[in-house]
Write a protein that binds this ligand. Structure first.
Ligand code: SF4
Length: 324
């Protein structure tokens, strides 16, 4: 451990200004999903099964595991008679159908903002439209959203090049929706390409990219502008965390994604006088404090939080858990 008392301190005595982004870290959907697992554990006792990582953060998942949650990838791994929680990213309809067929007690922790996209998809299909869904192939939210509608009625679009290659049967009957955790700027480019190729395309009723994703991207832009380098606390499979790294890099500021303070190679900070720190929507604040503490053991630090949007979003818990 490089933080041990006898460990070398290559940067000792050097000063480092820390700028902390606001808002950062947990969003209302993540908060709710974690609470749902905790309340399900209280209601049913351990073990409670959770299909997929409840949110993409190892620290959170390990914490819930200690409380009695068992994480599995497929419903088939859940034994009869035990409750199962579906993750914040959402699940294809076939999964909820299978749970019902087996008589499993399931609790759906899908973020309400993801569910909103699901309901829009259903409505658009009913209206006879083919949906172009902007998202990242293989992400659980994308798998869940594609699984809300009959096969073949939604096409995944990842890039502007994908838009140019589309050959829809009826260009007059298209609509688009997006994953909630995309880059606001990249998505705007893809949407512009869609509108140019298909002027009649129907847009979502509101913005699909969620408030937390766009607020954190706005905040990291400000952070990147004032920092020599930016560290994002988050998991490599967390879409919104990876986007924060890209947004910073796009602003011309090098950026690094780490899961825990111990993952940081201090050599990466060579030449950095002002370090920006932020956290993805599934990374708890304790991980930011852990990083600040570690840096404080190696540098003389000054810490300042940037001004940013104050978030007040909260989501209701599913019926049956509120009073648990
Ligand atoms: Fe919901 Fe957005 Fe948080 Fe995802 S990042 S859980 S969509 S609020």
């Amino acid at each position: 451990m490089d933080d041990g008392k006898a460990a070398p301190q290559p940067h000792a005595g050097l000063s480092l200004d820390l700028l902390i982004a606001a808002p950062r870290g947990f969003c209302a959907g993540v908060d709710r999903a974690i609470r749902i697992v905790e309340l399900t554990l209280e209601k049913y006792g351990a073990p409670v099964y959770v299909r997929h990582e409840i949110v993409h953060n190892r620290f959170v998942v390990d914490g819930l595991r200690k409380k009695g949650a068992i994480f599995v990838e497929e419903l088939g791994e859940v034994p009869d008679g035990r409750p199962v929680v579906f993750s914040a990213h959402g699940v294809p309809k076939v999964v909820t159908g299978d749970a019902e067929d087996r008589g499993l007690d399931y609790v759906d922790a899908t973020c309400p903002l993801v569910s909103k996209v699901h309901r829009q998809a259903e409505r658009l299909i009913k209206d006879g439209r083919h949906i172009l869904f902007i998202g990242h192939r293989g992400h659980p939210e994308v798998i869940g959203t594609l699984g809300q509608v009959p096969e073949g009625s939604m096409t995944l679009v990842e890039t502007v090049a994908d838009v140019l290659a589309l050959a829809p049967i009826d260009p007059e009957a298209l609509a688009f929706l997006t994953q909630t955790t995309l880059s606001v700027d990249d998505t705007a480019e893809i949407i512009a390409a869609l509108r140019q190729r298909f002027p009649a395309i129907v847009a979502p009723r509101g913005e699909d990219i969620c408030y937390a994703t766009s607020n954190r991207q706005t905040a990291v832009k400000l952070l990147a502008a004032e920092s020599d380098a930016v560290i994002v606390l988050g998991a490599p499979n967390s879409s919104n965390s990876v986007r924060l790294v890209e947004v910073s890099q796009r602003e011309g500021t090098r950026a690094l994604l780490i899961q825990r303070a111990a993952d940081l190679d201090l050599g990466w900070l060579e030449g950095v006088r002002t370090l920006g720190i932020t956290a993805g929507a599934s990374a708890p604040e304790v991980l930011v404090r852990e990083l600040v503490d570690r840096l404080g053991r190696h540098f003389t630090i000054k810490e300042r939080e940037l001004d940013g949007i104050v978030e007040s979003m909260t989501f209701k818990l599913p019926r049956g858990l509120e009073a648990a």
